[in-house]
Write a protein that binds this ligand. Structure first.
Ligand code: ADP
Ligand code: BG6
Length: 480
């Protein structure tokens, strides 16, 4: 328990859980604890799964070539628009690339409408085009002389035969919009933009992790991967075309074995076969009740969309055993996803010994009154779930480093779980040290660092790289 002293009410002193509750907490602790040995076992399997994803046969992890065939030089220039359709927000960004590893951005964030996850494709793209129209009118009140180039950051698994294509493989993060899986989302956006007469041309479709990789490399050449720990989880890195068997014979003559290729791993799908990840009954329930059971097994155990839900299910289980919340109205606690990840995050941030903020949070989110012992069990569970997320999160990082033979790396990370979850950064760094068994007296050779704005600047830089290639008559997709 890492809390400051500070009694407001001195008789409230926690002296331990009652025996029955302690027994349950011990079982849950064991199930949620990821030891060094488990980390190493997961990571070794992860490496072979990354390779499998690049093979002709494929595997659990999609490993999508992103058709970014150059490293950013840091000297790209020009004005570009970018939009980022994530799991929680739509962002519209105007990026002014200044060159000399410098850029400026102006952005607006629009919360996705609550029902958007199950709306129609038309409603989704009308919403996006409407946000774009508002933003362009706000930033260019006198209009534009020619269409603005736009990088479309689409944070879902989308296959690409070229940089201007994105065929949605499957929805993730609770999305379930009909008629889009298996379809190219670029024309859908371009048609909606045309319909609203917005002067924009979509020049690149990218994943937010690819954008994070490229934007961070633009300012820091030590960057080796782009990572998102947000609503979902994922990572991107540069491989070389010659190490991607599934591209054999499919690239143009201007591309050779040493040509770089950004890979959007989509490693939220890691271990859908359930060979190594230590899933609890709560993880299994979340998967079975999700719109896409059997998919995104890795993501469902660690990302922002799910952490609060894991906590809710455990609390409901303890309550159903009569161990907590006796005789209370559990109506709210029975609502799926009533706890978003900001709940366990704020529970972990309560600095007081008797957890008064936890009391308020439970009242606000669940309309329940909790005694001191119940507040402590909620706190303990939040810590276990937060710690598990941080430790599982580094397996993809370690696997990419092992696969590519990186001995040192700056791993650029973004997303609210990375940026806002208390202790995530420290716990993840500790997990890397555990996994690689680095000695405490040496500098960590592989470190997770804050990313540049991947879905904004990254999309813009990739749009600039794409335009530069097209200008030279170079390919940006499979051979025609
Ligand atoms: N304080 C917080 N700590 C950890 N996670 C949070 C916090 N606040 C919100 N979140 C979670 O972060 C996710 C939003 O991630 P973010 O990266 O901001 O958006 P997106 O995933 O759309 O890019 C949501 O799942 C939300 O529950
Ligand atoms: O930025 P977000 O919404 O948290 O997305 C992170 C990842 O979420 C996963 O579900 C998507 O398949 C990835 O494409 C994406 O990169």
């Amino acid at each position: 328990m890492t809390t400051a002293n500070g009694y407001q009410n001195s008789e409230e002193k926690f002296t331990g859980f009652n025996d029955e509750l302690q027994k349950e907490v011990d079982v849950i602790t064991k199930d949620l604890t990821i030891s060094k040995e488990i980390l190493q076992k997961i990571t070794n399997h992860f490496v072979s799964e990354l390779e499998k994803g690049l093979s002709k046969k494929g595997g659990n992890i999609p490993m999508i070539p992103g058709w970014v065939l150059d490293f950013p030089t840091g000297n790209e220039t020009g004005d570009y628009l970018a939009i980022d359709l994530g799991g929680t927000n739509l962002r519209v960004v105007l990026v002014k690339l200044r060159g000399n590893r410098k850029f400026d951005t102006v952005s607006s964030k629009y919360s996705l409408p609550d029902n958007i996850r199950t709306a129609t494709a038309d409603e989704l793209f009308t919403f996006i085009a409407d946000c774009l129209k508002k933003f362009v009118e706000q930033e260019y009140p006198n209009g534009v002389s020619e269409p603005l180039p736009l990088g479309f950051t689409f944070s879902y698994p989308a296959s690409q035969n070229s940089i201007t294509e994105g065929i949605l493989q499957r929805w993730t993060k609770g999305f379930d919009i009909k008629g889009m899986e298996g379809k190219d989302v670029v024309p859908m956006l371009q048609d909606a933009i045309k319909h609203f007469h917005v002067p924009i041309e979509v020049v690149a479709l990218i994943n937010d992790t690819t954008g994070t990789l490229v934007a961070s490399m633009y300012t820091d050449s030590e960057t080796k991967m782009g990572l998102i720990f947000g609503t979902g989880c994922n990572g991107a890195y540069y491989d070389v075309v010659g190490a991607i068997p599934k591209l054999e014979g499919r690239v143009d003559t201007d591309v050779n074995d040493d040509t770089p290729m950004a890979i959007n791993c989509e490693y939220g799908a890691f271990d859908n076969e359930h060979l190594v990840l230590p899933r609890t009954k709560y993880d299994i329930q979340i998967d079975e009740e999700s719109p896409r059971p059997g998919q995104q097994s890795n993501e469902k155990m660690m990302s922002g969309y799910y952490l609060g839900e894991v906590l809710r299910l455990i609390l409901l289980d303890l309550a159903s055993k009569g161990l907590i919340l006796k005789d209370q109205d559990l109506e709210n606690l029975k609502k799926p996803f009533v706890l978003d990840t900001s709940f366990p995050a704020q529970v972990e941030e309560d600095p007081f010994e008797h957890l008064p903020n936890v009391k308020e949070l439970v009242k606000k989110f669940l309309n329940l009154d909790v005694n001191l012992e119940e507040r402590y069990v909620i706190r303990r569970l939040a810590e276990l779930i937060g710690e598990r997320s941080s430790r599982l999160s580094i397996c993809g990082i370690a696997a990419i480093c092992k696969k590519r033979g990186y001995k040192t790396a700056h791993c650029a990370a973004d997303g609210s779980v990375y940026n806002k979850y208390p202790g995530f950064k420290e716990r993840a760094a500790k997990a890397l040290r555990d996994l690689f068994e680095w000695s405490d007296d040496q500098e960590d050779p592989i470190i997770i660092v804050p990313a540049e704005d991947g879905s904004g600047a990254g999309a813009a830089i990739i749009a600039a790289l794409t335009q530069a290639r097209l200008k030279k008559g170079l390919s940006v997709g499979v051979k025609k």
